[in-house]
Structures are given as C-alpha cells and as structure tokens.
Design a protein around this ligand. Structure first.
Ligand code: VGL
Ligand code: ZN
Length: 198
C-alpha cells in the first residue's frame, strides 16, 4: 500500500522565536526528518496568509490574539499575525529536509477564510486539492506530523479519516497550542474519527 507522510506547517512562526511559537515546536524537526525515508511520498504543508488575513487579531478592532469572532463559516480563533506570504516566519524551519518533499501544498491564502486542514478551508467545503493528489497517486494510507497538534494536525487528520484514508498521527512528532483544553479535545475528536494515535 502506498503511504505518504504529511508534514503540517513546520514553519518558523510556529517554532521558538516565531510569532505564534509553540513550546518545543522545533523538537519535531529531527523526528520528522528521520521518518521521511520510511514513506513512498513526503508532502509538506505551509500556512500561507496574505497580509491583513481575516484570522489575524490585528485586523479586528478591539480584539486580542486568542479571542474569537463569528465568521460566516463559524467561530474563528484570532491569532497574532503569522506566516505572511514570503516572510521569514512563513519559511520552513531551516533544518527540515524540504528537498525530500514531492509536494508542497499551501493553505490559508484566501483572505476571508482560514484553513487549518490540509484538505479543506475552514468552511469545511472548499478543497485544497490534496485529496485529488493523494488519490491520483494511489496513496491510501497517510501519517501526519507537525504543528500544531490541536489545530492544523487535528483538522487535517480528521478530514483524512473522513475521506477514507487510513490515518495515523505520530504524536511524538507533533506539538500543540493547548488553548483552553483544546489539546485533550483534539485527541478525543481524532480518536472518535478513527484516527490512529501513535
Ligand atoms: C495553525 C493557528 C493558525 C497551525 C495555523 O498550523 O496549527 N494554527 N494558523
Ligand atoms: Zn494560520
């Protein structure tokens, strides 16, 4: 069975020193590099927002990062400005072995909709194209790793399982935000969706 490693958002802004730094975010890099040779395909995702993206607290008067707003597609957490297209914060961590990637898929480029999942924007219906790529390459089994466990890894894994891919999350190669218990809720949600947590 053809297996892919999907590496979620291992970018400078999610690592220590970045705009939306996760504790030990950079600790995933050597683990992910070591996993790459075990897979038939390696796919990287990149959070890729235009300046002034609607998920940035800075564009919502009176709102602070980590507060929420109601968007047409549901509740949206507001973040510090991060992963702005072309900025150093949006670049992959320098030690990530990006040369091994068959595909780099960018998401979050629509100014009005955030995209946590590698498969669909946060309206849960607009596709990124990743599903078609995997299917046309005959990939039936996916393993996910990267940042952040409770947001982009979680949404991507639940969508992968929902689409019928045999889905594993390599938890020791992920790090989370853990906003108000979001990490525990994400683990529960992934288990319920049939995602294997390894
Ligand atoms: C992410 C918050 C905002 C992630 C991306 O990669 O998990 N989290 N944008
Ligand atoms: Zn983002």
């Amino acid at each position: 069975m053809t297996q892919a490693l999907i590496v979620i958002d291992v970018q400078n802004d999610f690592c220590p020193g970045g705009a939306l730094a996760l504790p030990e975010g950079d600790a995933v890099v050597p683990r992910i590099n070591a996993m790459m040779p075990e897979f038939d395909a390696v796919i990287l995702t990149q959070d890729w927002h235009p300046a002034g993206h609607s998920s940035f607290a800075s564009v919502h008067p009176g709102k602070a990062p980590m507060e929420t707003v109601e968007m047409p597609y549901g509740t949206q957490v507001l973040w510090p400005d991060h992963c702005v297209q072309g900025a150093e914060g949006a670049a992959f961590h320098a030690d990530l072995e990006t040369d091994r990637a068959d595909l780099i898929i960018r998401k979050g480029f629509n100014p009005r909709i955030d995209s946590y999942s590698a498969f669909f924007e946060n309206d849960r219906t607009t596709p990124t194209g990743l599903e078609g790529y995997l299917r046309t390459r005959g990939i039936a089994r996916v393993t996910l790793a990267g940042l952040a466990t409770d947001f982009c890894v979680n949404f991507s894994a639940v969508d992968a399982a929902r689409l019928g891919f045999e889905t594993t999350v390599a938890l020791d190669a992920c790090r989370g935000v853990d906003l108000d218990g979001s990490l525990e809720a994400a683990l529960e949600g992934m288990r319920a969706a049939g995602v294997r947590l390894a």
